[in-house]
Design a protein around this ligand. Structure first.
Ligand SMILES: Nc1ncnc2c1ncn2[C@@H]1O[C@H](COP(=O)(O)OP(=O)(O)O)[C@@H](O)[C@H]1O
Ligand SMILES: [Mg+2]
Length: 232
């Protein structure tokens, strides 16, 4: 992939993602367009079921197919249409250049791996570091998302953590490889209120380094750090 330095970080252009079901075709995403430049925060607002998660999953080509399929449009990352890349090229993009915080932490974390190991494996997948360095990075990331006693927690399994902590592990996982673009799909829904406040502080600090695409519902919009809202 040849990056175009002047191109926007992300351009979603007339994206259409449909699901072919027994009851007919569901047009979950039907002509969505938006642009995110480096340093920008984009907030996407919409009622439940309007297609926020499917749009986010489409960008990283994580929509299960079948029943899902791309029915049109383009998703350009630094000028390259992600929909035309091979699966191997997409693996290089996911987690490393574009990262996603998923809406459901329990379905995204591996129940049989400690959380430290999961973060370390993601780091080792994309960066040439030793196992010990990767584990050290994992502990550092758990500290960034304000998990108390990160050294001890790194050795625990997802079921040993509270729902809010699991959500923070997801955030740590998404940020571990220093992605250029972070897509956060209702990232604070599972957090308790005091932690939401702290995580929005953390977001402001991170914003200087990453452009954020926030997919969130109205109920969490108060937590966005100076977010611009765009939906076209
Ligand atoms: N696997 C699927 N098969 C059929 N329809 C789906 C599937 N996944 C999502 N949808 C539909 O796509 C629409 C958008 O869903 P979603 O993106 O999850 O909404 P939200 O904006 O709440 O995140 C919904 O109507 C949902 O029912
Ligand atoms: Mg959703």
């Amino acid at each position: 992939m040849t990056p175009h330095p002047d191109a926007p970080l992300l351009e979603v252009d007339g994206l259409r993602t449909y699901f072919d079901t027994l009851a007919g075709t569901v047009r979950s995403v039907d002509g969505v367009s938006y642009t995110v430049h480096a340093g920008q925060t984009l907030g996407v607002v919409g009622e439940s079921g309007c297609g926020k998660s499917v749009t986010a999953l489409s960008i990283l080509r994580l929509v299960p197919r079948p029943p899902g399929r791309f029915a049109g449009g383009a998703v350009r990352y630094r000028g390259t249409d992600l929909l035309t890349l091979s699966e191997a090229q997409m693996r290089e993009i996911r987690g490393n250049r574009i990262s996603m915080i998923f809406q459901e932490p329990m379905t995204s974390l591996n129940p049989v791996l400690t959380v430290g190991r999961q973060i370390a494996e993601t780091v080792q997948l994309h960066q040439k570091v030793s196992r010990a360095q990767a584990l050290q990075r994992a502990v550092e990331m758990l500290r960034v998302v304000q998990i108390p006693e990160p050294e001890r927690r790194a050795g625990e399994y997802p079921h040993q953590l509270s729902g809010g902590m699991r959500q923070r592990v997801m955030i740590a996982l998404a940020l571990a490889c220093n992605p250029e673009l972070l897509i956060a799909d209702e990232p604070t829904t599972a957090l308790d209120v005091t932690i939401r406040r702290r995580s929005s502080t953390c977001s402001s600090a991170c914003r200087r380094r990453w452009a954020w695409a926030w997919c969130s519902s109205r109920t969490t919009s108060a937590w966005w750090p100076k977010a611009a809202i765009a939906w076209s």
